[in-house]
Design a protein around this ligand. Structure first.
Ligand code: N01
Length: 543
């Protein structure tokens, strides 16, 4: 853990505000605008990166784009913003999303309250003043009455320990920490480790450019075609015309996605009808293929029908039978790991310059000056790309040292897994809130819809408590325990338990195995949060 630069104790804090927000991604920017412009509070945003954008700032790898429709993955708070912004494609690329974020930051003058290059390393609750004292790696310090962690679920990157990596003379990259300056992979020998959503985007994008591409796969992935589409003026006009209704539907939906949900079991129809139905979703739905029947995540037999369908499609897409089998997922249910969408992923393996290396069979062993070695072979490379993901959901929250009442650290409080009330707050850490964190639907739906719901809900709670003269707000321990039990119960009847996924903490050796996101759906979750507010914020102590 980096330590903050020494600060002269006589120096006045650099900021003293109502609310300190950590992170200037989609969540942090929305929080700043709402609290400052709509609620009249003073806000300081601290951002580790050198610019705003959060994951869309860091994940600059070739092929990066959103896999939720851009229209649905955008802010809903300003109709003027909707009017003036034109998405060029159904799924925006990372540069376009970053341009959107910059536009929002400039339009609403958000940058004036954001410190860039300010990675928070410590935050401590001060009982006497009832404030959070916050320190950054660059020496910036200050305090706020409230602390909002808008650090994202997928921000703490994960890179497997590999013997000898430091000896490698080529370039080592991570998809989520991609250099800002262009990386020229032309005619290089490139190894990509990991075949999750990031790997699946980078692999087909770089394959035509590089000399040789080696894909190191541990677990084959279920992926359905993204169905990218360039939007015409007519498309945009049609989207605008129905935008208010579309947004309302998203808010009321269980997923925050605009893909129609079929409220029928996959087992209620015969094979022919089911296949035709899957074909329909396959042709248009992208990520929403998971919504093609109501019980794909709760009934293994139903799930098998979807998994078989996807497997049959993989078979059509990969020419070589042995390679096809290696690329076909068979050991876990479809959707139990976060499903991927792709453009030409499986077909990429038909190219003569692309080699699949099965590291489940022959694990990665070491790196030397020139090569990546598995247990059975050596691969000479110019570039190693880690597409190995994140310490998901809790990584970015546990990276800084956060100390609550009595000096207890969040790491100590969460040693058996994250404990939250509504996913928003944790007992012993008064006046601290988490946006789209563990215990909320977060990664199980369109996270933009979750972010906006959290921003509104937390803002209401803060303004109401301040108006009522009860500015200290703390989740009660029994309410937290009940919520954790409720989160477990919501996941209990699902197939999520049948895969080693980051939803469960399986991505990091030694991480507690608990199901972290709330699987009850966004609609039910919103109802629960609204009910708590209606009941005078039951489960929170306000003093
Ligand atoms: O990370 P991942 P990601 N040795 O964790 C492998 C969002 N996202 O960056 O499955 C060897 O999904 C690992 O193998 P295994 C989206 O929510 C969105 O791709 O653990 N291999 C897996 O193949 C997504 O879910 C978008 O066996 C190792 C891969 O690395 C999330 O980000 C785009 C390994 C990691 O996959 C994360 O995606 C991109 C090891 N030690 C990302 N450790 C869009 O919106 C891990 N792996 C489009």
């Amino acid at each position: 853990l980096p330590t903050p630069a020494p600060v002269d104790p006589g120096t006045a804090p650099a900021f003293d505000v109502d609310v300190v927000v950590v992170g200037a991604g989609f969540a942090g920017l929305a929080m700043l605008r709402e609290l400052r412009d709509e609620r009249g509070l003073s806000v300081q945003v601290l951002e580790a990166g050198d610019d705003v954008g959060g994951v869309w700032y860091w994940n600059r790898y070739p092929g990066a784009r959103c896999d939720v429709d851009s229209t649905d993955y955008s802010y809903s708070f300003s109709s003027e913003l909707d009017e003036e912004w034109n998405w060029s494609e159904r799924y925006a690329t990372q540069p376009e999303i970053l341009r959107y974020v910059h536009h929002v930051a400039d339009k609403f003058d958000l940058r004036s309250d954001i410190s860039l290059g300010a990675r928070v390393v410590e935050a401590s609750w001060d009982e006497d003043s009832s404030h959070w004292h916050v320190s950054c790696e660059n020496g910036l310090t200050g305090r706020g009455r409230y602390l909002v962690m808008a650090t994202g679920c997928l921000s703490a990157t994960k890179r497997p320990e590999l013997d000898g990596l430091g000896d490698f003379r080529g370039q080592v990259l991570h998809t989520a920490d991609w250099p800002a300056e262009p990386v020229d992979l032309t005619d290089k020998r490139v190894g990509v480790i990991g075949t999750g959503s990031s790997g699946i985007q980078v692999i087909p994008t770089v394959a035509p450019v590089v000399d040789q591409l080696f894909v190191f796969q541990r677990t084959p992935t279920f992926s359905v075609p993204a169905r990218h589409q360039v939007l015409t003026d007519a498309d945009r006009a049609a989207i605008r015309a129905e935008l208010p209704q579309r947004r309302e539907l998203l808010r009321k939906s269980p997923t925050g996605l605009s893909v129609p949900i079929t409220r029928q079991s996959a087992l209620e129809v015969d094979d022919k009808e089911r296949r035709a139905h899957y074909e329909e979703y396959w042709a248009t739905a992208g990520f929403g293929f998971l919504l093609s029947y109501s019980d794909l995540l709760t009934n293994r037999e139903s799930n098998d029908t979807a998994a078989d369908f996807i497997r049959s499609k993989i078979a059509e897409r990969v020419e070589d039978p042995e390679l096809r089998e290696k690329l076909t997922p068979r050991t876990y249910p479809y959707g139990a790991k976060r499903p991927c969408v792709d453009t030409g992923y499986y077909e990429t393996f038909n190219r003569p310059n692309v080699t699949l290396v099965d590291i489940a069979e022959s694990p990665l062993a070491k790196v030397t000056e020139t090569s990546l070695h598995t247990s059975t072979a050596e691969y000479e490379l110019d570039v190693i790309v880690f597409a190995t993901g994140f310490d998901a959901m809790t990584g970015s929250l546990l990276r800084p040292e956060i100390r609550g009442r009595g000096g207890e650290t969040l790491r100590e409080h969460w040693q058996g897994g994250p404990l939250t009330y509504l996913g928003l707050a944790t007992s012993g850490f008064p006046n601290m809130f988490i946006i789209a964190g563990p215990g909320s639907p977060s990664l199980l739906g369109n996270v933009m819809v979750s972010i906006e719901q959290h921003v509104d809900w937390v803002s209401d709670l803060l303004t109401r408590s301040l108006a009522e003269g009860t500015p200290t707000i703390e989740a009660q321990r029994d309410a937290e325990a009940e919520w954790v039990a409720h989160v477990n119960a919501a996941a209990a009847g699902t197939l999520y338990w049948e895969a080693a996924s980051y939803y469960l903490g399986a991505e990091i050796p030694g991480k507690p195995r608990v199901f972290m996101p709330y699987a009850g759906g966004l609609r039910r979750y919103r109802r629960e949060c609204d009910q708590v507010a209606q009941d005078g914020y039951a489960g929170f102590s306000r003093t």
